[in-house]
Design a protein around this ligand. Structure first.
Ligand SMILES: CC(C)(COP(=O)(O)OP(=O)(O)OC[C@H]1O[C@@H](n2cnc3c(N)ncnc32)[C@H](O)[C@@H]1OP(=O)(O)O)[C@@H](O)C(=O)NCCC(=O)NCCS
Length: 216
């Protein structure tokens, strides 16, 4: 397998470093806008900002998208598309302590973190994160550039369209659809389909009014 280059040296990147080590992959180096500081990064080869990767042959490496998200998926998605357009391939990573059921499909660059459970016939789209201890039940279809944050629970047959963020600890009832670009707030319980681009919060989940409109 080709050596890996991790792009991004923040919190999500530090978690990915562990997955890389535990899966026995070779890390060629870390790319970030600034030299990473802190114990997670000590001693690792720093390759410079993303522009420094221009001179590399895309066939020699696989990339790891270390950009996380707490809401909008745009930055992470843009980075993926940008490097794909230049011929690079993103590694699909699965923490050894994740449980994957039969016929689970992981698209390019999917990242499955520690303690996740993916039940049979789940599909995880390109560049999506299934974060720590998230649970995705049978036949869920997850689009591209999605973040299922730590502790998310999706019941069976849930459809998550592209660029959705499901906040930490949220729960989605069976068969519901989360429209493209929507955000589910931390701890929400989604009982109805969520339209594209809408942010919902609470139990049961309801749209969060746009800022400045007031919501008393
Ligand atoms: C839903 C969310 C995206 C809204 O973010 P935001 O637009 O910056 O919203 P604000 O923090 O300005 O809050 C706006 C209002 O919504 C409320 N609110 C925000 N998030 C909420 C949530 N998850 N549940 C219930 N209410 C929430 C706030 O209390 C505030 O209400 P107020 O105006 O009455 O005080 C965000 O709060 C959230 O839950 N993000 C998910 C974080 C996450 O998953 N992190 C994991 C990283 S690995």
């Amino acid at each position: 397998m080709r050596p890996l280059i991790l792009i991004g040296a923040g919190g999500h990147g530090s978690v990915l470093l562990d997955v890389i080590r535990l899966t026995g992959r070779t890390l060629h180096g870390v790319s970030a806008q600034e030299t990473p500081a802190g114990p997670a990064w000590a001693g690792l080869p720093f390759l410079g900002p993303n522009e420094a990767l221009f001179d590399l042959d895309p066939d020699d490496f696989e990339l790891v998208n270390g950009v996380g998200s707490v809401g909008s998926m745009r930055r992470r998605a843009d980075l993926f598309r940008w490097f794909k357009a230049r011929g690079f391939v993103f590694a699909t990573l699965v923490h050894p302590a994740a449980v994957l059921g039969s016929r689970v499909i992981l698209r390019e660059g999917a990242q499955i973190m520690a303690g996740c459970v993916l039940q049979p016939d789940v599909m995880i789209g390109a560049n999506s994160i299934v974060n720590t201890r998230a649970s995705v039940d049978h036949t869920c279809r997850i689009g591209a550039h999605v973040h299922l944050a730590p502790g998310v629970t999706l019941s069976g047959d849930v459809v998550v369209e592209d660029e959705v963020h499901v906040g930490v600890g949220a729960t989605v009832l069976q068969g519901r659809r989360l429209g493209a670009g929507c955000v589910v707030g931390a701890g929400a319980v989604v009982t109805r389909d969520v339209p594209p681009g809408v942010t919902v919060v609470g139990v049961p989940a309801r749209p969060l009014p746009a800022k400045g409109t007031g919501h008393d």
